[in-house]
Design a protein around this ligand. Structure first.
Ligand SMILES: Cc1cc2nc3c(=O)[nH]c(=O)nc-3n(C[C@H](O)[C@H](O)[C@H](O)COP(=O)(O)OP(=O)(O)OC[C@H]3O[C@@H](n4cnc5c(N)ncnc54)[C@H](O)[C@@H]3O)c2cc1C
Length: 361
């Protein structure tokens, strides 16, 4: 079994580890000149950590992780703990994205990753798929995995007309900074007025990750810092505002949130999408990477040497497409919650579902 993976983000790298561990040969092509991880820190849920335990890298990931709890606070500072959920429904581990990707790249084996090599196009045949790359070379494989993110070029060929779309008015600002000397005894996640959410969380190494999001935002204007401060005013007049004020402008990331529309298919006989390329979704459920890690694990189980690739990909799509229809409903319920209490309850309902309704093959 030979697999070609396009994209060395979290999902491509995890797919590489999973499929190699199953016994296949894997080459990952990444268009960027190096393994990179745009973004700040990332919350990984128990189902992602279970995959990493199975793949033999769980302990290394926990060593760069800081356990946290996804409890929100309302604008009055009250902690919202919706009834009917267990502490484990709220537990995640915060990891720095860049360190996570470096660790995953080491686990795949650097010799199996080809940086500065983008995807060109593919051509499917009965017994293989031919993949043309940006340097003009071609390679043949049993299966092609498009893990090339929201703007996936593999998806553009597999599902024409499926370009990513703006989630209108939904923006996010975030940064990781050394603690500028502000005493932080605990993480704090906040739900504010004007469609805002945000908070700050501690990394394992003492650095602080802060984030601010807004639904139905006006078009952002001014510096990124001012944009974040304007939204933070609806959340907190204290520590979050101080953290943003202490952050150099160049460290602040801003994203217009983009979504991949529901796809009629994720696979053909020898081509498959995984991660954001298949299902980039709104980050208000903070689970896009975690769910993509599940895609990778499932591919690892299905693509063992000797597997019938078209059948394996049919099975993958049969599990994942209905699963994402459910996720879309749960995510919409969180987004459209009219009160902080309902947001917290619908969020816990989503995380409980995600942690208990895992795919098993
Ligand atoms: C503000 C925000 C906060 C978030 N917080 C969380 C969180 O706390 N927890 C969580 O689970 N998720 C979170 N997410 C979602 C998470 O970031 C994504 O779901 C995850 O990064 C997707 O990983 P991926 O590997 O599928 O795609 P990407 O990380 O986008 O990786 C795709 C890779 O493919 C490469 N590539 C692209 N095109 C080509 C090409 N043509 N040829 C070769 N290579 C190519 C890219 O350079 C990149 O390296 C958040 C998202 C946002 C926007």
């Amino acid at each position: 079994m030979k697999a070609v993976v396009i994209g060395a983000g979290i999902v491509g790298l995890t797919t590489g580890i999973a499929v190699r561990r199953a016994g296949a040969d894997v080459t990952i092509y990444e268009q960027a000149p190096e393994i990179r991880a745009a973004g700040a820190s990332l919350g990984l849920w128990g189902n992602a950590l279970a995959v990493y335990d199975e793949l033999g890298v769980g302990e290394r990931i926990r060593a760069i992780g800081k356990p946290g709890e996804m409890y929100f606070h309302d604008p009055a500072g009250r902690r919202l703990a919706p009834p009917g959920f267990q502490p484990e429904d709220h537990q995640f581990v915060l990891v720095p994205r860049a360190e996570l990707n470096e660790l995953l790249a080491d686990a795949v084996g650097r010799e199996n990753i080809k940086p500065a090599t983008g995807f060109g196009e593919y051509e499917e045949h009965d017994d293989h798929v031919a993949v043309r790359l940006s340097d003009g070379s071609s390679t043949a494989a049993d299966v092609l995995v498009g893990a090339d993110g929201t703007y996936s070029a593999v998806r553009a060929q597999l599902v024409p007309g499926s370009a990513a779309q703006e989630h209108a008015g939904h923006h996010a600002w975030r940064a990781v900074i050394e603690n500028p000397g502000i005493p932080l005894s605990e993480n704090r996640l906040l739900l504010g007025s004007h469609g805002t959410r945000g908070g700050y969380l501690l990394n394992y190494d003492g650095a602080v990750y802060w984030l601010v999001n807004q639904f139905n935002s006006t078009e952002p204007a001014g510096s990124r810092k001012q944009q974040a401060l304007d939204r933070a005013a609806h959340l907190d007049q204290g520590i979050l505002t101080e953290l943003i004020a202490a952050t150099p402008e160049e460290k602040i990331l801003h994203n217009q949130i983009m979504l991949v529309p529901p796809l009629p298919h994720w696979t053909s006989a020898r081509v498959v999408l995984a991660g954001d390329s298949a299902h980039a979704m709104s980050p208000h459920i903070t689970a896009g990477a975690t769910l993509g890690i599940e895609d990778a694990a499932l591919l690892g189980h299905l693509l063992a040497p000797g597997a019938d690739v078209p059948k394996a990909l049919e099975t993958y799509a049969a599990y994942q497409i209905p699963r994402y229809a459910d996720i879309a409903k749960l995510s919409a319920a969180v987004e459209h919650s009219p009160t902080p209490e309902e947001f917290a309850r619908n969020y816990a309902a989503f995380s409980h579902w995600m942690l208990t309704q895992q795919v098993t093959v």
